[in-house]
Design a protein around this ligand. Structure first.
Ligand SMILES: Nc1ncnc2c1ncn2[C@@H]1O[C@H](COP(=O)(O)OP(=O)(O)O)[C@@H](O)[C@H]1O
Ligand SMILES: N[C@@H](CC(=O)OP(=O)(O)O)C(=O)O
Length: 439
């Protein structure tokens, strides 16, 4: 039995957390490959080391004195080293980082040092080999992962190490330039390692007892999800359930390796099992609710639109030409609405509107901003009548005005558009109607 265990920043924020992690790893000898993140927040107002590094590098690249900022980062690591009673020195590493910052080594290199240094501590603490992710996780020059090459490098290297620490979040191009994944990307590293060593399970340790039905920052103490399929999880993480990076699913899914989300602060809890498919019935009709704020809708009207072949393609081409991806396109007989991310759209708004006029000569174009999208996801929804009805009556009771409804034919999810200011209220109302009534 071989397990890959990834620990998030919240699990490694200080020496006390490191000790919990050490106990977890030592309690099961199959936990032989460890992927750590950088130290996260120790308390609510604290700053994650990754963010401290971004700030420090920004000062360095502006030619400002960054010594205090680097010192504060160093203190975070020495607090851990001291607390664990290790004799490890990171002086050489910090000297090199300082030189590299002066030499403008790049913002991604800067951010990657958080995991690099934490990996050094973790390896010393556990007595495991340290494997620098720059030598085994390969990116191309544009910063895209080279999955096949990475798989080869990882399997070759790890076949020679029985126990290893591989820092999360970064890798490097063939020429050695360090690149990172997007934020939260240590989850992806863990998944790549699990695939490469054909792990029996990928354990992802965080600060919550599994994937919860909804965001605990919106609903107090939501129910945990016992088992969830990759497809359901993909929908939820894409729509903002940040517990697992959305790209972390692909490598393990290919190999059929289950992911187990666990809580470092409550290791006896079973957490959530993420699997390809399961005959386990979900506890409620819905599996989860997630959502994001900050969308815009562009509503296009033209009479007889329905008979104009190619209308939709021409409209979407305008968005493509401006490099804007669309989220949803609900349509009526003579109307078509395109939902986009507000921050991507705002600066190109006028070019898009002009482009739509040129492409399809609409009768009317109307825009609305500050919208939120909520995904209600569940494999159990297909077999249950009245799900949509319950959602909308709950929203009506909560006084939430529904702006958009989109249900794909897979019946795995229902997407609802509301105003940003109604977002939290809407999530709570949907949670209550399915979970509190236990149906
Ligand atoms: N549906 C959800 N279930 C569990 N946690 C969620 C959910 N949606 C959002 N979260 C948030 O995700 C956090 C865990 O992810 P993250 O901060 O990336 O952890 P880590 O630092 O361990 O990688 C939780 O503390 C919680 O606030
Ligand atoms: N440290 C990186 C990568 C990461 O995955 O962190 P965490 O596991 O704490 O989400 C970040 O803050 O984005």
């Amino acid at each position: 039995m071989k397990k890959v265990v990834k620990f998030g920043g919240s699990s490694l924020a200080n020496a006390e957390q490191f000790q919990k992690v050490g106990d977890i790893i030592r309690s099961d000898e199959s936990r032989c490959y460890v992927v750590p993140s950088a130290p996260g927040k120790r308390f609510d107002e604290d700053i994650k080391v990754t963010d401290m590094l971004y700030g420090c590098y920004e000062a360095a690249s502006n030619g400002e004195d960054f010594s205090d900022k680097l010192k504060a980062i160093k203190e975070r690591y020495y607090e851990i080293i001291k607390g664990l009673g290790l004799t490890l020195s990171l002086e050489d590493e910090f000297k090199k980082i300082e030189e590299d910052f002066r030499a403008q080594a790049g913002i991604q290199y800067a951010a990657s040092r958080g995991e690099f240094l934490n990996g050094k501590i973790m390896a010393a603490y556990l007595g495991y080999d340290f494997v620098d992710a720059a030598s085994v996780i390969r990116f191309d020059k544009n910063g895209n992962l080279e999955a096949e090459e990475t798989d080869k490098l990882l399997s070759k290297k790890l076949s020679k190490c029985q126990h290893a620490v591989i820092p999360g979040f970064y890798g490097a191009c063939a020429d050695g330039t360090v690149k990172t994944f997007s934020r939260g990307g240590s989850d992806v590293t863990g998944s790549l390692v699990a695939k490469a060593i054909h792990a029996d399970i990928y354990e992802n340790w965080t600060d919550v007892s599994g994937f919860l039905v909804t965001d605990p920052r919106i609903v107090h103490n939501p129910e945990p999800i016992e088992a969830i399929t990759y497809r359901e999880l993909r929908e939820l993480s894409y729509m903002g359930a940040t517990v697992l990076h959305e790209d972390a699913i692909f490598p393990v899914r290919k190999e059929g390796i289950p992911i187990n989300i666990r809580n470092t602060n409550s290791p006896e809890d079973k957490g959530t099992l993420i699997v390809e498919s399961t005959c386990k019935k979900p506890k409620f009709t819905i599996t989860g609710i997630a959502g994001k704020k900050g969308f815009c809708s562009i509503n296009i009207e033209k009479s007889m639109m329905n008979s104009e072949i190619g209308f939709g393609r021409k409209v979407l081409q305008v968005f493509e030409d401006q490099g804007i991806s669309f989220e949803h396109v609900p349509s009526g007989i003579d109307t078509m609405t395109v939902y986009v991310h507000q921050d991507e759209f705002e600066e190109k708004e006028q070019q898009v509107i002009a482009g739509i006029h040129r492409a399809v000569q609409p009768d009317f174009v109307e825009m609305e901003s500050d919208l939120a999208l909520i995904a209600v996801v569940g494999r159990g929804m297909k077999s249950q009548r009245g799900t949509a009805g319950r959602i909308f009556s709950a929203l009506a009771h909560a006084n939430v005005n529904v702006k958009m409804i989109d249900q794909g034919s897979s019946e795995l999810n229902i997407i609802i558009g509301v105003e940003n200011r109604d977002f939290e209220k809407a999530v709570r109302a949907i949670y209550d109607i399915f979970v509190l009534t236990r149906i």
